[in-house]
Design a protein around this ligand. Structure first.
Ligand code: NAP
Length: 485
């Protein structure tokens, strides 16, 4: 089966799109799912160059619409204009990066074994392995990235690059922006000759659940909370035909400050921490939520003034207050610092505990508080840190704040954190996830439901393609990337 053959798109596939979104007044879910199946069938005829053209057109249209999109995003998310402008730039960069890599062939995952009569386990036939798109993909948008993890965000970019059609479940935190983005995107895709309904939008919690359960959806990309992701993952797994569910979930992103790091870089560490903690009002999945420190009192005394802007919405604000209270009331935890927020702004809070308390209750460092709060864990030795982390499961990131490159304690902690984290960081901070070829954004449960994959960077494309090996197949019947000159 060759899904990437350079046949022309059928005229039906190029029929003009009616610019609609499936909101309360949009088409039924059944119609949306039939349309995405038809769009996927039409997409099979597209080449990587076709898909690159669609992605570039999408990026151009979003950039051109920034003066309309950003104010709506600002109104719905309460995030500042500069942040949203930067996020939109990141989103269109991401679309163009996939386009560029599609054209260069850099994203092909190809292995070729020529026939070998002397292969040690017995004569070997010609085997050539590549990947093909999975089918229609359902994408759950997150609240905290109205552009980069929403309608035209990373999951959509990688699924379209992979050759899939996409249905986005809008996040209720930015409904107007979601509708505006999908209308802009559909017009651009249409103009670029993409199949009708390549990208659609659905709204409503139950629609999302029903779509996960529907046989026409072949994979799910989810960015959001651990409980929400787990529920939907279970729905996907419980299907008669279980499908891959790529959930990027919550995380506590532990940081270990070594003694040498503290002795040599205390000011740099506390100012860097304060910036990373309060960036986006702490509403980043990579926010440093747990910090192991050799001297908690000195760390607290060295902190600069901190403040945070308004939270994304009332639900997240209430969730922040609730999870903070819950963690603060646990045995061995106290509130060590609180900067009261102004009108409509959250308090910035540091809780404090000890490595010994974490050994008794490992859940202390696994509890995400989504907002500008962090848990300081005072330790007396690195053996204590290692023992405290023994009960830990998974995290998106792990950071070491060390002295120089020879800091043996830092090197030891980096090796330890790599057991739990999708990305380990030396003397920098986990917030600010660049989009590149080597990027890894994921990690063992509960950071994600799929620790072997990434949701950021060009490697994300592989989530939406599956391997197929072609054995003893004539060259004319091979996908282009498997043919040899
Ligand atoms: P959320 O509340 O889990 O919502 C995400 C999406 O999932 C929404 O569309 C929501 O729909 C849907 N959903 C959640 N639970 C559901 C359920 N039981 N049934 C049906 N649909 C359900 O998360 P959020 O408010 O967007 O974001 C906050 C969380 O996202 C934080 O924990 C943060 O760490 C995490 N996050 C992770 C990453 C990452 O890359 N790992 C990035 C950003 C954010 P409805 O609202 O309509 O119910």
């Amino acid at each position: 089966m060759n899904t990437d053959t350079p046949e022309a798109l059928s005229p039906e596939a190029r029929t003009k799109t009616v610019p609609l979104s499936s909101g309360p007044a949009g088409p039924s879910l059944d119609t949306v799912l039939n349309r995405t199946r038809a769009a996927f069938a039409a997409t099979r005829a597209a080449t990587p160059a076709d898909r690159a053209r669609w992605l570039t057109a999408l990026a151009d249209a979003l950039d051109a619409a920034h003066t309309t999109l950003v104010p709506v995003a600002q109104k719905e998310s309460h995030l500042p204009e500069t942040r949203l402008t930067g996020e939109l730039r990141r989103t269109t960069f991401q679309l163009r990066l996939f386009a560029e890599r599609l054209v260069s062939g850099a994203l092909d995952d190809v292995r070729i074994d020529h026939a070998d009569p002397d292969w040690p386990m017995g004569p070997r036939p010609d085997i050539r392995r590549t990947t093909v798109p999975l089918g229609p993909v359902l994408v759950f948008a997150a609240s905290n990235f109205p552009f980069a993890f929403s309608v035209a965000g990373g999951d959509t970019a990688s699924a379209l690059a992979a050759g899939c059609s996409v249905v986005v479940k809008a996040h209720p935190g930015h409904p107007e922006l979601s509708r505006l983005t999908v209308t802009t995107a559909r017009a651009a895709l249409d103009e670029a000759g993409a199949p009708t309904d390549l990208l659609q939008l659905i709204e409503g919690e139950q629609s999302g659940v029903n779509a996960v359960r529907d046989h026409r959806i072949k994979a799910v990309g989810f960015t959001g909370s651990t409980p929400g992701g787990r529920y939907l993952f279970d729905q996907a797994a419980a299907r008669r035909d279980p499908i891959p569910f790529y959930g990027e979930l919550g995380s506590t992103n532990p940081v270990v400050v070594t003694s040498a790091g503290w002795a040599e870089r205390s000011e740099e560490i506390t100012s860097g921490f304060a910036g990373s903690l309060t960036l986006g009002s702490g509403q980043f999945c990579t926010q440093p939520g747990v910090v192991f420190v050799p001297d908690a009192d000195a760390f607290l005394a060295a902190l600069p003034a901190m403040s945070a802007g308004p939270m994304l919405n009332g639900r997240i604000d209430a969730g922040y207050a609730q999870s903070l209270d819950d963690l603060a009331s646990r045995d061995g935890v106290d509130v060590a610092h609180r900067t009261p927020g102004g009108e409509g702004e959250p308090d910035v809070v540091l809780l404090r505990t000890s490595a010994g308390a974490v050994q008794s209750d490992p859940s202390l460092i696994a509890t995400e508080v989504f907002g500008p709060a962090s848990l300081l864990v005072a330790y007396r030795s690195l053996d204590e840190v290692e023992a405290a982390l023994a009960g830990f499961e998974g995290t998106l990131t792990g950071t070491v704040q060390a002295g120089g490159p020879d800091d043996a304690d830092g090197l030891r902690m980096l090796g330890l954190l790599a057991r739990y984290a999708g990305r380990v960081i030396w003397n920098e901070w986990p917030t600010g996830v660049t989009v590149s070829d080597a990027q890894q954004h994921g990690g063992p449960w509960p950071a994600s439901t799929a620790p072997t994959t990434t949701s950021v960077g060009t490697a994300a494309i592989q989530r939406f393609r599956r391997p197929v090996a072609f054995q003893n197949v004539p060259a004319a019947a091979l996908p282009p990337e498997l043919r040899e000159p």
